[in-house]
Design a protein around this ligand. Structure first.
Ligand code: PLP
Length: 362
């Protein structure tokens, strides 16, 4: 089976973790500091604040921007659940805006339709590693005085005209093992805002700057040095990982010029980091999406459906009373399949994947 995702851990990571374990300094310390400095340098922000997951990064970022009860936050319904859940965590209301077919990302025109007096923030998601339309989103945010928190959990190193995502608003990253780089579990907030950085550092550690002096309500969502030293090694390799993903994606797209199959597009000026390589199976295809998934599984190819149920359709959100329709998100949920293109996937694997797909649809 060619797995849909695989973390690439080598001796560099193992040696760094071993050194940290032997040092006896396991929790947040010098390793976290060094990882934060390296990550801020990579994204091009003044600050990076390490957190123990991408979900917690979103939660802490919203708290640090003082989003709270009574506020509305506009986001996409076509994402992983934690994007919208982070808004609920702080007592605010997720307001969904539909996406664009071309890149699966939030549609700025739909954002405009959803702005009310209560709107305080926008959370665009750079889905699959393709940047959202940050130029237009930042203009909207400026016009309406809104905070922007970017969910960059799938987009480490993605750029628009050379500028990294996660540097437009405050950025949130995940280092879960399936992501473009990993620390086991882990997350990061990137920001240029002194106050946000200061609050995020306090909130991740019981609301205290100085030990046992608690200025605000905080949590324990710190990263360990064990994770951080892994992150330092992974970050050094990220550009190489990304190149592999992009080359694999290009190779597969050349092979999959088939009726009823749409391969991912990259918008002008954007660098896509292919966290996922996601095709669409449209009505013009001779078999259904689900039958193509079965054929791939039988052919030994791991797949993923990101995401089969948009967030507003999740039982929990239905219970909360979300009954509006988001036509593009719902259509995409029925059409998408993600295929393996991670750095461990070889050209022979890609040939095999395309052979299995051609056999099923031709
Ligand atoms: C992975 C992911 C998250 C959450 O990150 P965790 O580290 O798993 O908590 C949030 N948003 C998106 C879009 C993700 O892909």
């Amino acid at each position: 089976m060619i797995p849909i995702a695989k973390p690439l851990i080598e001796d560099d990571e193992i040696d760094a973790v071993t050194r940290t374990l032997k040092s006896g300094s396991l929790a947040q310390g010098d390793g976290v500091k060094r990882f934060e400095d390296a990550f801020a340098g990579f994204i091009g922000t003044k600050y990076a604040i390490a957190i123990n997951s991408g979900t917690a990064a979103l939660h802490v970022a919203l708290l640090s921007h003082r989003i709270s009860e009574g506020d509305e936050v506009i986001t996409t319904p076509f994402s992983f659940i934690s994007t919208a859940n982070s808004i609920l965590f702080v007592g605010a209301k997720p307001v969904f805006a539909d996406i664009r077919e071309e890149d699966f990302n939030i549609d700025p025109n739909c954002i405009l339709e959803k702005i009310t007096k209560k709107t305080k923030a926008i959370i665009p998601v750079h889905l699959y590693g393709h940047p959202a339309d940050m130029k237009t989103i930042m203009e909207i945010a400026e016009d309406h005085n809104l905070t922007v928190v970017e969910d960059a959990c799938q987009a480490h190193g993605a750029k628009i005209k050379g500028r990294m995502v996660g540097s437009y608003g405050s950025g949130c990253f995940s280092f879960y093992p399936t992501k473009n780089m990993t620390t086991g579990e882990g997350g990061m907030i990137t920001t240029d805002d002194d106050l946000v950085a200061d609050r995020a550092r306090m909130i991740r550690s019981h609301g205290a700057k100085i030990r046992y002096q608690h200025e605000m309500l905080g949590y324990n969502v710190r990263m360990t040095d064990i994770s951080a030293v892994m992150g330092i090694e992974q970050l050094k390799k990220l550009d190489g990982f990304t190149k592999r993903r992009q080359d694999n994606a290009g190779y597969l797209s050349d092979k999959l010029k088939l009726k009823g199959i749409l391969t991912p597009k990259v918008r002008d000026g954007c660098e896509h980091v292919f966290h996922q390589y996601t095709i669409r199976v449209t009505g013009d295809c001779v078999i259904t999406r689900d039958n193509l998934v079965s054929a791939l599984t039988e052919g030994g190819v791991g797949t993923g459906i990101h995401y089969s149920v948009p967030i507003h359709k999740q039982p929990f959100y239905q219970d909360l009373g979300y009954n509006e329709e988001y036509a593009v998100s719902e259509l995409m949920a029925d059409q998408v399949i993600s295929l393996p293109i991670h750095p461990s996937v070889e050209e022979s694997d890609l040939d095999h994947i395309s052979k299995v797909i051609k056999k099923a649809v031709l």
